[in-house]
Write a protein that binds this ligand. Structure first.
Ligand code: IMP
Ligand code: MG
Length: 182
């Protein structure tokens, strides 16, 4: 059975995702002229998006990754977040751009903003591929947003359901049977 047979509806095609990346990359390129950009990916969800996005950023930049755990049930975060894989070095001379797959309750990114700001980088901004504003529980406004989405659980292009479907090259909604079997 092909992975696409697990998908009920496509929300963003590969072409639409590349259009988004191109637009965000151009905006970031303009804003980071003469800066010391370090793109920080939040693992694992940002992996695919970030890999594409950085190829549309036309200024010198470093990349780094961190990983956070949130104790949830596979589809939602519980509110408790901690860093389980940290960045490599000091941040004092860096202009950080934190990259996430999707901004939902806002708990993950607001925790990261607070934790990383306390290390005094030169600047810190947030970039999310997708934003679900209807689900926000803490006030947070990302600096770069690929697209807003409705309150539907989506997978693909880095986004998972129970750690699977990250390798789907587009973003879609799973068929209800898949949740029921899990
Ligand atoms: P937040 O802390 O609630 O903003 O959580 C954001 C994280 O929740 C994202 O990085 C995803 O890992 C996960 N998430 C939220 N909505 C979805 C979705 O529709 N599909 C897959 N993961 C999601
Ligand atoms: Mg995530």
């Amino acid at each position: 059975m092909s992975l696409s047979e697990h998908i009920a509806e496509v929300i963003f095609t590969e072409e639409q995702l590349q259009e988004i990346n191109k637009r965000l990359g151009a905006q970031i390129t303009k804003d980071y002229q003469g800066k010391n950009l370090c793109v920080v990916g939040v693992l694992k969800g940002s992996l695919v998006f970030m890999a594409d996005l950085i190829r549309y950023i036309d200024v010198p930049c470093e990349i780094d990754f961190l990983s956070v755990s949130s104790y949830g049930n596979g589809t939602t975060s519980s509110g408790e977040v901690k860093i389980i894989k940290d960045l490599d070095g000091p941040l004092q001379d860096k202009d950080l751009l934190v990259v996430e797959d999707i901004l939902d309750s806002g708990i993950t990114l607001s925790f990261l903003l607070e934790t990383l700001s306390a290390r005094h980088p030169k600047s810190i901004r947030l970039c999310t591929l997708l934003d679900k504003p209807a689900r926000r529980r803490v006030a947070i406004t990302p600096d770069y947003v690929g697209a807003e989405v409705e309150d539907k659980f989506i997978v693909g292009y880095g986004l998972d359901f129970a750690q699977k479907y990250r390798n789907l090259p587009y973003i879609g909604v799973l068929r209800p049977e898949i949740y029921e079997e899990a």
